[in-house]
Unconditional design. Structure first.
Lengths: 394, 91
């Protein structure tokens, strides 16, 4: 427990009275000497902002509400989709089509009607982040994209608001606490984001449904520890969760003296994060310029008898879900070894699930000298919606 | 010298699914060069065009970020563990 956190919590949490019903509801907390009545009052006084009511935000919000955090802010502007239900426990089947914040409000009110909910049905942007975040004692980052993660990080550092970080992909999770007075920030681990398309989203690459449960509850635990001023927070450590091998380990994260946000502090105001993330260099850069073909146009040209090679760069287990007739399966990471088998004299259309991997493939094929090659816009999902509804979405 | 290299899910698929590899070398760079020779698709994901780590892939030698210990030139001892962590944004 650092002096900074002690002063932070002492400053931020006066002690409201606990009602009789609350004494009963939080009885198991009151039995813990580390919490007790004083700690429960701190929880009641606390204001926590959760950015993203999705996989991480769901368990975090549920547990923080159940624990008696007095005010929970939620930022999200998405609508509940069927594909969310495998992991986003704030939302149920009957909520499909509703704004996530509506179902979150209903669910959290049922969990603990004492909690005051502040709903922010908007996208967090550089224009509103400081205004929203400055009203909270700490932030829990449950976003699903790099631009918002850098935005949350920078806003928290600028405001001095601790940022309880979590992120997930497939079977791996990460968690840490950033933006404490002397601690590192997200940029100290990842100074720059990967170029667009290089790191798939969970929608593209998949995620084990219980993984956000693991990581989101770790975030909630860290938030509660920070509020109570107990234990050893994840400040200065990055917790790595490997669900596949049941391994948890942490590595040291140091404040980078060259970090423009928490080190040199040369970054004094928020920037354009979409631009920041779009301009990253590396193996996925330049995807915007990749030639595209619309699914309907491709279907018409194939139906008219035009000879077009159709290459599916998804994985074999996705191929089993559904495929476009006449396609050739070449998973993206096998593309280079397959190049000698690809006809250089026939146009090529490449597709994946949603258009990201196919763009990477088209760029690589262009680099390899193929001239007439396109990425199918929106991938097999768009094909399913616009050309062949018999192919299932996933 | 031999060290164990741990790969996250996102990179393991480029190494035929291996999440842990044994690699020889006296520096982190040696070990990275070895695994990228054995699994060429890993190379463009671990080493940039200047032969340096990307700012979105972090290498931890045992517990320490190699950016603060000499980068790929960081010396390794027999039995060390190299943990590679990639930025992911899923939430």
């Amino acid at each position: 427990m650092t002096a900074a956190l002690t002063s932070h919590t002492a400053r931020a949490y006066p002690a409201p009275v606990l009602e009789r019903e609350e004494l009963l509801r939080y009885g198991r907390h009151l039995l813990l000497p580390e919490v007790a009545i004083d700690g429960q009052r701190r929880l009641k006084a606390a204001r926590v902002l959760i950015v993203g009511a999705g996989g991480l935000g769901s368990p975090a919000a549920l547990y923080l509400a159940a624990a008696g955090v007095g005010t929970l802010g939620l930022v999200d502007y998405d609508i509940v989709e069927v594909t969310n239900l495998q992991r986003q426990l704030l939302h149920g089947t009957r909520d499909v089509g509703r704004p996530k914040l509506d179902s979150a409000r209903d669910r959290l009110h049922d969990t603990n009607p004492n909690v005051k909910l502040e709903l922010h049905p908007t996208r967090l942007t550089a224009a509103n982040a400081l205004t929203i975040i400055r009203n909270y004692d700490l932030v829990l980052d449950g976003t699903d994209n790099f631009a918002t993660r850098y935005l949350v990080n920078d806003a928290c550092v600028l405001l001095g608001v601790p940022n309880v970080y979590g992120s997930i992909f497939r079977f791996d999770g990460q968690a840490s606490v950033f933006a404490t007075e002397h601690g590192p920030c997200y940029r100290c681990i990842y100074p720059e984001p990967p170029p667009p398309g290089l790191v798939p989203s969970c929608a593209e690459g998949g995620v084990l449904g219980v993984l956000p449960g693991l990581v989101g509850t770790i975030q909630a635990t860290e938030a509660i520890k920070l509020i109570l001023g107990i234990g050893t927070p994840l400040t200065g450590r990055l917790l790595l969760v490997n669900a596949l091998d049941a391994q948890f380990r942490s590595v040291t994260v140091r404040r980078d003296p060259a970090c423009p946000v928490c080190g040199t502090r040369e970054l004094r105001e928020l920037i354009d994060y979409d631009q920041f993330c779009a301009s990253s260099g590396g193996p996925g850069a330049g995807l915007d310029a990749v030639p595209q073909i619309e699914p309907r146009e491709l279907a018409i040209r194939r139906a008219s008898g035009e000879s077009i090679q159709l290459i599916d760069v998804r994985e074999p287990h996705e191929w089993e879900i559904g495929r476009i007739d006449g396609a050739w399966l070449v998973p993206l990471h096998r593309l280079h070894s397959a190049i000698p088998q690809i006809d250089r004299n026939t146009p090529i259309a490449v597709y994946c699930k949603a258009g990201t991997r196919s763009a990477l493939a088209v760029r690589d094929l262009k680099d390899a000298g193929f001239e007439e090659v396109w990425s199918v816009t929106g991938g097999i999902l768009r094909w399913s919606r616009e050309v062949d509804a018999g192919i299932p979405e996933y | 010298m031999s060290l164990t290299v741990s790969l996250p899910s996102i990179l393991a698929r480029l190494a035929d699914g291996h999440r842990a590899l044994s690699a020889p070398g006296t520096t982190v760079g040696d070990a990275v060069a070895d695994i990228t020779r054995r699994f060429p698709p890993l190379a463009p994901r671990l080493i940039d065009e200047q032969g340096q780590p990307y700012p979105f892939v972090t290498f931890y030698l045992n517990d320490e970020d190699i950016r603060f210990t000499g980068g790929f030139a960081s010396a390794v001892r027999d039995g060390d563990e190299l943990t590679i962590v990639s930025a992911v944004a899923g939430g």
